[in-house]
Design a protein around this ligand. Structure first.
Ligand code: HPA
Ligand code: ZN
Length: 322
């Protein structure tokens, strides 16, 4: 059992969140509410039935349900409500700054306009800053199961909202979609001074992390836990203090690790890696940032010093100015 004082320490310490998909913060209650007002049918009858379906054998199992859930988001107000609900969770978790991922292609392909997505999220970001004192950035991710031309088209459209977007990322089905596939679109994003991040080494091998670093020139790796099989890569990541946005409950729920006690996070810290704790898709994986901290601290016997290090790393790895 984790001590009450460590629990308090975890909930009180200020944190940033650097790996959060806004569509993955979509709680079933809000999903049903938005579906109702948009006259869209959900294939589950109740919130309970939907939650019961959240059993995943791997990343693809999750992605199928996650893209399905996003289908009810149509209007600017839907994106606003979704984002505002996440900011309220940030407040509860003492997340004082967050760098939110959104997947425009998931919505553009259904006829939702880029303007609708960006304006809804941006309005919530402004209100959260003013009303809750939480700062944030927006990162748009390209879906790696689609082709690079679609990503390029998405980037060109996103350039109309350059002031609202700090960077680009890469998510969705990893294995079989090597980072190299997106070399041109990341080069183009770099020319536009976007910050670059990519999911790599979640289900895919360490070679995908090398690919994201060398072919895409990313400055931060999302997940990255598979680096632990590659001594040369561990050395490189430690030496260059490349941030790794680790998501323990995600790794557990997607069966990337069998058990949280097998999670490599503690070993990553021991190797001097700039890792921190994030929630990824908290509505689907059973917890926001504090819950990720709590369960990981319990499973890996983390100390107050470890928690402090993880929180410090989250600030250091953020795109906030010094
Ligand atoms: N991995 C890849 N794609 C994703 C994830 C993830 O953890 N969450 C949402 N899209
Ligand atoms: Zn993710």
């Amino acid at each position: 059992m984790i001590s009450e004082s460590l629990e308090k320490y975890i909930s009180n310490i200020p944190k940033t969140e650097l790996h959060l998909h806004i569509e993955g913060s979509f709680e079933p209650e809000l999903m049903f509410e938005i579906a109702r007002r948009n006259n869209i049918n959900i294939r589950f009858k109740t919130v309970e039935e939907l939650r019961k379906a959240y059993q995943f054998g791997n990343l693809q199992d999750f992605l199928d349900i996650y893209y399905d859930g996003a289908n009810v988001l149509i209007h600017e107000q839907d994106f606003y409500d979704l984002t505002m609900a996440y900011f309220r969770k940030c407040k509860e978790n003492n997340v004082v700054h967050t760098e939110i991922f959104a997947d425009p292609q998931t919505h553009l392909s259904r006829g939702v306009k880029m303007e609708t997505i960006i304006n809804g999220i941006t309005r919530a970001r402004e209100d959260a800053e003013r009303e809750l004192g939480i700062s944030s950035y927006l990162i748009i991710c390209f879906l790696r199961h689609l082709d690079e031309d679609s990503a390029i088209e998405t980037l060109e459209e996103a350039l109309n909202y350059k002031n609202e977007i700090i960077g680009v990322g890469l998510d969705s089905s990893e294995v079989g979609n090597h980072p190299e596939k997106f070399k041109r679109v990341f080069a183009r994003a770099k020319e536009e001074d976007f910050r670059l991040v990519a999911h790599a080494g979640e289900e895919g091998p360490s070679e995908y992390i090398w690919g994201a670093l060398r072919e895409l020139n990313v400055s931060r790796i999302d997940h990255g836990i598979r680096c632990m099989n590659d001594e040369g890569l561990i050395d490189y990541l430690a030496e260059n203090q490349v941030p790794l946005t680790v998501c323990p409950l995600s790794n557990l729920k997607l069966q990337v690790v069998k058990n949280l006690s097998h999670h490599p996070l503690k070993e990553m810290l021991n190797n001097g890696l700039l890792a921190m704790i994030n929630s990824d898709d908290p509505a689907y994986f059973g917890g926001y940032v504090n819950e990720n901290f709590l369960q990981t601290a319990e499973a890996l016997n983390l100390s107050e010093e470890d928690i402090l290090q993880l929180a410090k790393n989250s600030f250091k790895a953020s795109f906030l100015p010094e």
